[in-house]
Ligand binder design. Structure first.
Ligand code: NAG
Length: 178
């Protein structure tokens, strides 16, 4: 004899396994909807200034200032399983000690397809510092526009939408005028 409760239980178990299968199918299928957006990224200017950090007033620290122009059409990344995109501009270089660095200098969240055509002439939003305090003798830097696609269902995916064609040398640091 099945009570009403066990019947309800069976139905809901069936429904939730159907739902799991459906969610898995969505997650897997959107993995194969790979779009490969190609944009352009130009660095108009890379400057280095020596300044002071607030935390250690006696220690000198170099700061990089980046003026960039980035364009990319990210609308192909917006499909039915796209919740939002996290975009970021990254500086990639190897410092004098041979350590590879990837520093996020600008970012933006794109929530709507209408906002997915990127056309930004701007400068770094976050301080661009070298951990050893000096950029001197670092290898030339590349810059790239990367994205994380946050889906409604499934795993985050990562990609690159633009990259500088040639690497840029770090110039000699100038004294900041305060
Ligand atoms: C930015 O780059 C795009 C594409 O290369 C170009 O059409 C545009 O004129 C550039 N804008 C500036 C201000 O340099």
């Amino acid at each position: 004899m099945h009570s009403i409760y066990s019947r309800v239980n069976n139905v809901s178990a069936t429904l939730s396994s159907c739902l799991m299968v459906l969610l898995a199918a969505i997650a897997i299928s959107s993995l194969f909807m790979g779009a490969n957006p190609e944009g352009t990224l130009d660095i108009a200017q890379l400057r280095v200034f020596t300044g002071q950090t607030r935390r250690w007033p006696h220690q000198r620290q170099e700061f990089g200032f980046v003026n960039f122009n980035v364009t990319a059409d990210l609308t192909p990344l917006f499909h039915w399983n796209t919740k939002q995109l996290f975009l970021y501009l990254e500086a990639e270089y190897t410092n004098a000690k041979g350590v590879k660095n990837e520093v996020v200098i600008w970012d933006r969240i794109v929530r709507r397809k209408e906002d997915a055509v990127i056309n930004v002439v701007g400068k770094n939003k976050y301080p661009f510092r070298e951990i050893s305090s000096k950029f001197k003798n670092s290898e030339p830097a590349h810059f790239s526009l990367k994205y994380n696609l946050m889906p409604y269902v499934g795993a985050l995916t990562f990609g690159e939408a633009a990259r500088t064609e040639t690497a840029l040398d770090f110039p000699e640091a100038k004294e900041a005028v305060s």
